[in-house]
Ligand binder design. Structure first.
Ligand code: FMN
Ligand code: SF4
Length: 481
């Protein structure tokens, strides 16, 4: 196991600050947690174009690999959306990735955003709204959207075998995930993409009809619309220069807006990436790539030093999206499939990962600083920041400080809300956190689905602890040692 100091061992804000200095990291940390009454910057309302959010906490989309095989929600899916609703956050950014067509699912238990699941989508929204209303008396200042996706290279629609549909042949990812470099049957044709655009428009209509306030067009984490952003080697309208590579995403945004002017269209982006890493039990290492320099196979990656990011094109893309009418973006990075340490900084890796190659705090601050740079480049586009869960007990201290400093407009919660759903409400009303519920980045919520089990916080959530799958997750983790 890595020997970076764990956050739980940093016993005070001062100790965290010292550690940040040791690592040479620039991150503001407040002395304590502020309630709404005591002026927490997170209690301030904000408008994202037409969407009025009552505070600055956001819940990131999180799927659970737990829908029924027909794409409808199971009791586990409903429970997660209920938790999102009772969290106290006023922006529910998409709930979870819902596939716009059945063969675009990342797993056979992914939620579907197709007509067959209209009632299921309505049930998810209703569960979230009801829980919020019960806890806070109103949903007037709560904004809930639906994330729409096609999983592209990471489709597993029927069983556990990959059934990829890729933007282009990627020399490292093809090798990592077993795609033959000369198999063009898995590459999208431009004509197929026109049909895919229609599917996004249809799914957006469904979301609107059901009552969602916005759709999020998912362009992150290695899935299809993210992969297109690096399709430099793809010929034709949807590849080549940035205008070509972003055409699919921007066209979907424009077409949804034309068809449904009353529905807001938001975008979640992996604004930067790094090389794919080798899966191993050892400290993470990037895949061999020297023969590929300058590296042309990542979006937001420095071509000469591909372990570093380059936000030049990201800034341009943010402006393109703003011009296309996107009122807010959610800034994420990388992919859980090929470089999880940058996307979800964790001290304990998931079963398909590797030991952290850096103190996870470095990963947290990388995301926060990249989002800060985006905000400085396009100041009038509201942005949500990602990657805060590893801050654990000090998450609110940092969230307050970065929002106050204007580094970001809203702070999103991923894993933390799986282990501790009430965290936003507790901090805003009581100014405290329940230590035993704080996510310690054990990664079981990723290890479980990597082993074909539903996701969930098996270590800390009593509900998952007592489920039969908990033993299986433990067994997998023992084998990893
Ligand atoms: C179990 C799990 C499921 C996730 N599902 C999605 C998803 O459906 N859509 C998405 O955009 N991101 C998804 N993510 C990524 C999170 O939204 C978030 O970006 C990531 O966990 C980093 O934030 P954190 O540090 O607060 O956890 C998922 C993450 C986890 C742990
Ligand atoms: S399983 Fe629970 S503690 Fe572990 S990373 Fe996921 S939410 Fe956090």
């Amino acid at each position: 196991m890595s020997d970076y100091p764990k956050i739980a061992q940093l016993k005070s804000v001062g100790a965290l600050r010292e550690r940040l200095v040791e690592l040479g990291l620039d991150l503001p940390v407040d002395d304590g947690i502020l309630t709404a009454e005591h002026g927490s910057p997170l209690a301030q309302p904000i408008d994202l174009g037409p969407l009025h959010c009552g505070n600055r906490w956001c819940i990131h989309p999180m799927e659970g690999w737990d829908a029924n095989r027909d794409g409808s929600p199971s009791e586990l899916t409903l429970r997660r959306w209920r938790h999102f609703g009772l969290s106290g956050a006023k922006l529910i950014w998409g709930g979870e990735a819902a596939a716009v067509q059945a063969d675009g699912r990342a797993n056979p238990n992914q939620t579907l955003a197709t007509a067959s699941n209209k009632a299921g989508l309505a049930a998810l929204l209703n569960e979230c709204l009801m829980a919020h209303r019960q806890s806070f008396g109103t949903t007037d200042d709560l904004v809930v959207g639906l994330q729409l996706t096609h999983s592209g290279r990471f489709c597993r629609p029927e069983n556990h075998d990959l059934a990829p549909r890729i933007a282009y042949h990627h020399p490292l990812l093809d090798a990592k995930f077993g795609i033959k470099p000369d198999d063009n049957s898995v590459v999208w044709t431009d004509d197929d993409l026109e049909r895919l655009i229609d599917q996004f428009v249809a799914a957006a209509r469904l979301a609107r009809d059901v009552g969602f306030r916005f759709v999020d067009i998912k362009a992150c984490h290695g899935y299809l619309l993210h992969e297109f952003l690096s399709a430099r080697t793809r010929p034709g309208r949807f590849g080549g220069d940035l205008a070509g590579r972003s055409r699919l995403l921007v066209t979907i945004v424009e077409r949804v807006r034309e068809a449904h002017p009353d529905l807001a269209v938001l975008v979640r982006l992996s604004i930067f990436d790094t090389l794919p890493f080798e899966t191993s039990r050892e400290i993470g290492r990037p895949m061999e790539h020297w023969h590929l320099l300058p590296y042309r196979f990542g979006f937001g990656v420095d071509a000469e030093r591909p372990l570093d990011y380059d936000l030049t094109e990201g800034f341009e893309l943010l402006r393109l999206l703003q011009t296309a009418g996107v009122p807010a973006v959610n800034i994420s990075c990388g992919s859980p499939y090929y470089n999880p340490h940058i996307q979800r900084p964790a001290i304990f890796p998931p079963s398909d990962g590797y030991q952290p190659p850096e103190d996870p705090l470095v990963g947290v601050v990388r995301q926060i600083q990249a989002a800060r740079a985006c905000k400085a480049a396009v100041p009038d586009l509201p942005m949500v920041g990602t990657g805060y869960s590893y801050l654990q007990d000090y998450l609110p201290h940092v969230a307050q400080a970065v929002v106050r400093a204007g580094w970001i407009d809203m702070v999103g919660l991923g894993r933390m809300v799986l282990s501790y759903p009430e965290m936003p409400a507790d901090t805003l009303t009581r100014g405290t956190m329940e230590r035993k519920k704080v996510c310690r980045t054990f990664s079981d919520c990723t290890t479980a689905p990597r082993n074909y089990l539903p996701s969930g916080c098996y270590p800390l959530d009593a509900f998952y602890k007592q489920r039969p799958e908990a033993d299986e997750v433990k067994r997998v983790k023992q084998e990893m040692r």
